[in-house]
Write a protein that binds this ligand. Structure first.
Ligand code: GRF
Length: 202
């Protein structure tokens, strides 16, 4: 049934939760934030799968301990298109309706992006369109920015370029290093991503 649809008596039907596959490559702290937010009874999404291109990604252990299905497929010696197709199959088989990229350090093939267009989000540690790609925090510090932050955006074929759904600004401290700024921006990321994903799927 359509999520949130009303029946003829005007009562709200039990909400069908969106099913989210999260792709990670590392620590998975944003994945964890999305996971813990999904424990709220009124959260409009649940985790269907946590998948990675790195079997050693720490986040896989966190997800598995929480009873979430996990999958890892190293990309080494695989065509990008082939690796993406393997990920796509698992995501579909897990019943996912949406994909959330959370520190997934792979450039995605156009075919994969097209399959999930409008249903795939990413979090990026800068105030886009500033500082696409890597080294965002050092770039912000080098530029003398007083305000850094993070963005959640829809994923399109261009790297870190899709429509921005929401951002959180984070003040840069005079003695910030890339590391201290990154750690503080992460707090903002962990608040922003669950809220924006929930709003988006609802
Ligand atoms: C985050 O800073 C995210 O914005 C970026 O990659 C990092 C992933 O960190 N895309 P984590 O694995 O969620 O801790």
């Amino acid at each position: 049934s359509r999520p949130g649809a009303r029946n003829p008596t005007g009562q709200q039907r039990t909400m069908a939760r969106a099913k989210v596959a999260i792709l990670i490559s590392g620590a998975g702290t944003n994945m964890a934030a999305l996971l813990y937010a999904a424990k709220a009874p009124d959260c409009p999404y649940e985790l269907a799968l946590v998948a990675s291109n790195d079997p050693a990604a720490e986040g896989l252990k966190i997800a598995a301990a929480e009873g979430i299905a996990t999958f890892a497929q190293p990309h080494k010696n695989l065509d990008r298109a082939v690796h993406d197709a393997m990920m796509h199959d698992r995501i579909v088989n897990a019943g996912a309706t949406h994909v959330a990229l959370a520190g997934y350090m792979r450039i995605l093939s156009e075919a994969f992006v097209q399959k999930w267009e409008g249903r795939m989000l990413n979090i990026h540690p800068s105030l886009l369109p500033k500082y696409k790609g890597l080294h965002t925090h050092q770039n912000a510090i080098d530029a003398g920015d007083k305000i850094a932050g993070c963005s959640v955006h829809l994923v399109t074929a261009e790297l870190d370029d899709g429509p921005v759904l929401a951002q959180t600004e984070v003040a840069v401290l005079p003695d910030d290093t890339a590391e201290t700024l990154a750690a503080r921006v992460k707090f903002a990321e962990h608040q922003l991503y669950p809220r924006v994903l929930a709003e988006y799927v609802a």
